[in-house]
Design a protein around this ligand. Structure first.
Ligand code: SF4
Length: 450
């Protein structure tokens, strides 16, 4: 933040103007952001830097709701008008209109070649995340990009409209909470369990307007996917951002993705301050963590899966930016493989690239995708946010009835999050979701490892 504001150093609590490296928006907040931008800067105003704006429709896409479809058209018109190179349209025809065709069902893909899927998973895949940069996005889970050693946080449409016109934003430097990770996760325990453990410890508002710094040898051992899972849920504790250190894993993924996509490849990572000071300091021994569940009605309502095995479930769901990555589906499939789910189970990969990974990765001659569908999992090729945040009533996997209980690999479980306000969502790792889908009640995945 000091670098982005042209200062040699900053202290927590200071308000500074930072230069923005990337602004991301999507179909839900993009039209509102564009409205603010046009109202404040003029109908014919140009954005501050077309190459620094990334627009990723992903939320309410595969629905017949005409206003949701129209949001994608608003983004297309604006991107054309402004000459934005990074608009990941749902359709290939830049003069067309997006309309979901429900007669084709919800499972078969209906997007074109540029569609990118869930914004937070698409940003790294498409080469838009670089260490040491400032990323703002009109979505609270923008903090996921902190896995890449950058300051990334969600902002509202008004701020985003201002950034669109000026490329800068006034922001308060957060205090930092320190989470030192030691030891190794045991089989059946995943990165999701780390962050559910942390939020259970500090509460769903325990990190309000604070940075959550994760480091230590346990953090270095985590894959980039796992770091993304942890950073993604910083906001579920109220955190301003989550952040990891830069290392060889970060470097190799950033270099691979920027070169694959021809995006900007220069960057300057940030290191920990010599005199770092923390408002909170904790050490977590990963070896001791157990499969964890965040119970209805908030992400801080923590129990172990073992303590919950009496609770019957109606539904299981794997998907979202947090839990819909290739590695999440692989962990899920390792448990499901060769068995049958007992409850309705929905699978929504976060991006088209992940759909492709699952359809082309084979175990003993069968794709992971087919292993899952043979086990009774309803897999959709229409990668996106889907029922992670409910959405229109025809959204795949949405909980339209009250009283339903769903175990989900997603990241948020406040009442109504996945549909009906009377339904209940229990957050867990992909492994715990898999074991529970097989059992029909909350289950500890360590009993299902094979
Ligand atoms: S998948 Fe869920 S949490 Fe992630 S961006 Fe979409 S709605 Fe938000």
């Amino acid at each position: 933040m000091a670098r982005a504001s042209g200062k040699s150093n900053l202290v927590a609590g200071e308000n500074v103007w930072v230069q923005v490296d990337t602004l991301m928006t999507h179909d839900v907040c993009g039209p509102g952001t564009i409205g603010v931008f046009k109202r404040e800067f003029g109908q014919n105003a140009k954005v501050w830097d077309a190459k620094k704006i990334v627009i990723i429709p992903d939320h309410y896409i595969f629905t017949s709701d005409s206003l949701s479809n129209r949001n994608v058209d608003i983004l297309r018109t604006f991107s054309k008008e402004q000459g934005l190179p990074y608009f990941y349209d749902v359709i290939d025809d830049e003069n067309g209109n997006w309309q979901f065709d429900s007669s084709q069902g919800l499972l078969k893909r209906q997007y074109g070649s540029r569609y990118a899927g869930v914004c937070h998973a698409a940003l790294p895949q498409k080469g838009h995340l670089r260490p040491g940069e400032i990323l703002f996005g009109t979505d609270s889970h923008t903090c996921m990009a902190g896995a890449f050693n950058q300051f990334a946080t969600g902002i509202g449409n008004t701020d985003a409209g201002f950034v669109m016109g000026t490329g800068k934003l006034l922001i308060k430097v957060p205090e930092t909470m320190h989470f030192r990770l030691e030891g190794k996760l045991q089989p059946g325990v995943m990165a999701k369990d780390i962050i559910l453990h942390v939020i259970g410890e500090i509460g769903f508002d325990g990190a309000t307007y604070r940075a959550m710094q994760f480091d230590g040898e346990g953090a270095s051992d985590l894959s980039m996917d796992d770091r993304m899972t942890v950073a993604n849920m910083a906001i579920e504790a109220g955190g301003k951002n989550g952040i990891f250190e830069y290392d060889e894993k970060t470097k190799s993924l950033v270099e691979e993705r920027t070169s694959l996509n021809g995006t900007k490849s220069e960057y300057e990572p940030v290191e920990r301050d010599n005199n770092e000071s923390f408002i909170y300091d904790s050490t977590i021994d990963l070896t001791k963590l157990e499969p964890t569940v965040a119970c209805h009605p908030d992400p801080g309502n923590r129990k172990t899966a073992r303590e919950m095995t009496d609770m019957k479930l109606d539904r299981a769901y794997i998907g979202s930016c947090t839990g819909g990555k290739t590695s999440d589906f692989i962990a899920f499939a390792e448990i499901i493989r060769g068995q049958e789910v007992r409850i309705d189970t929905f699978g929504v990969p976060a991006t088209p690239e992940i759909v492709n990974d699952l359809q082309t990765t084979e175990w003993e001659g069968k794709s992971v995708w087919n292993i899952l569908t043979d086990a009774g999992v309803r897999m959709t090729e229409n990668a996106g946010c889907s029922a992670c945040l409910g959405g229109p009533v025809d959204t795949f996997g949405r909980m339209n009835e009250g009283g339903m209980k769903c175990i989900s690999a997603t990241n948020r479980n406040f009442p109504g999050r996945m549909g009906s306000k009377e339904s209940e969502v229990y957050l867990a790792s992909p492994a715990t979701v898999a074991a529970s889908a097989l059992a029909g009640h909350v289950a500890d995945p360590r009993d299902y490892l094979n």
